[in-house]
Design a protein around this ligand. Structure first.
Ligand code: CUA
Length: 378
């Protein structure tokens, strides 16, 4: 078998593999920049495609001339003559410089326009929703300083309002990105980065997927978050669900905090006791009940959350139990300790109690079971 046919076979195989790979591409996805749903992401995609089409024209133009020259001027069999030797061609050279200049201008003007429209560090105004975002290995703290809210991994934003995000890191480099709403920006230790995003009437209400985009070791791929775009009144209700909780007045009050749990359900009461006695409360704050630590996920209104472990599992009782039973199995390398030995006879009962307690947070005990949680902003 000749070399040529092998080469042809290889390239055919390569093309078939590429086709198979590309057939798996779906441009409309939860984290696709090709399916933008916010004005900023839309401008960025338009700019991207404008540059892409221009580049395509350049590639086709240059490639076409190259192919034409290769085929038209190739050496013919039996022809050993030297082609005419030339040097320089003023028309071609000036023409190419002009074309190149026009292309650069055509790329530069829209790029500058988009950059000045969305890339400039915003000044905070009274109409903005101000959120301090802190990246930790491997979760997100979302703090609304004007509203007195500290939460984790789920960002609520009212549609149509400008959101100003101050991005910090609590440890290593992270990257904030909600592909369908806005561009991304890094969270860098000891540097104050600020970005903004906005939604409009064309932005569907609901859940948007976000992801850390800088390799921050360990569970980087599991450092996800969600953005919930809601109507103004639903946002106000969400804010109110935090603001109506009376804060702890002193740290000594936290000791008696199990009594602060408002539920009559004995399982929830037991869960609150365990939450303190097992040490959960040393890290996790619950407004009005436990002080926690500022650099660990705040679990206030945890019952209203849709996801567990920074967007890894849906917040169902079964999944929460699985997470508590073996956090490393759900999200390898994370810093949540395993609190029960495998042969601990009380393990399942205690986990059920803590699940009941956590799921009671922020939920109306009189609401029918079917409506509890998992439906905020969906
Ligand atoms: Cu944080 Cu990757």
């Amino acid at each position: 078998m000749s070399k040529v046919s092998w080469r042809r076979r290889c390239s055919l195989l390569g093309l078939a593999l590429l086709a198979a790979l590309l057939s798996g591409c779906d441009l409309v996805q939860r984290q696709s920049i090709f399916d933008p749903l916010g004005p900023i992401a839309q401008q960025q995609m338009s700019l991207f495609f404008w540059t892409l089409w221009l580049s395509l024209i350049v590639i086709l133009g240059v490639g076409g001339v190259l192919f034409y020259a290769i085929i038209r001027f190739r050496r013919r069999p039996g022809d050993d003559s030297i082609p005419p030797q030339t040097h320089g061609n003023a028309v071609v050279e000036i023409g190419l410089i002009l074309i190149a200049t026009i292309i650069v201008v055509l790329v530069a003007i829209p790029t500058m326009r988009v950059n000045f429209a969305i890339g400039v560090r915003p000044e905070l105004t009274e109409d903005d929703i101000h959120v301090k975002v802190t990246g930790y290995q491997w979760w997100w703290k979302f703090e609304y300083p004007d509203l007195g809210i500290v939460t984790a991994n789920e960002l609520y934003i009212p549609r149509g309002r400008r959101i100003v995000l101050d991005l910090r890191s609590g440890d290593v480099l992270h990257g904030f990105w909600v592909p369908r709403l806005a561009g991304k920006m890094d969270l860098i230790p000891n540097q104050d980065n600020r970005m903004w995003l906005i939604t409009d009437d064309n932005t569907p209400l609901g859940e948007y997927f976000g992801q850390c985009t800088q390799l921050c070791l360990g569970a980087h791929a599991y450092m996800r978050f969600r953005v919930y775009v809601v109507e103004e009144d639903e946002f106000d209700a969400w804010v109110d669900s935090f603001q109506r909780i009376e804060p702890l007045r002193s740290s000594t009050e936290a000791g008696a905090s199990a009594q602060l749990v408002q539920s009559d359900d004995p399982l929830v009461q037991q869960g609150a006791q365990l939450f303190r006695n097992k040490g959960c409360a040393a890290c996790h704050a619950v407004k009005g009940q436990f002080g926690g630590a500022p650099d660990k996920p705040n679990l206030t209104n945890f019952g209203l959350r849709n996801w567990i472990a920074a967007g890894v599992l849906e917040n169902t009782p079964e999944n929460l139990a699985r997470w508590l039973r073996d956090p490393q199995d759900v999200k390898p390398t994370n810093y949540m300790p395993t609190l029960w030995a495998e042969d601990d006879p009380n393990r399942e009962a205690e986990i059920q109690a803590i699940v009941a307690y956590l799921h009671s947070l922020g939920r109306d005990p009189n609401a029918p079971q079917a409506e509890l949680g998992g439906n905020y902003g969906n």
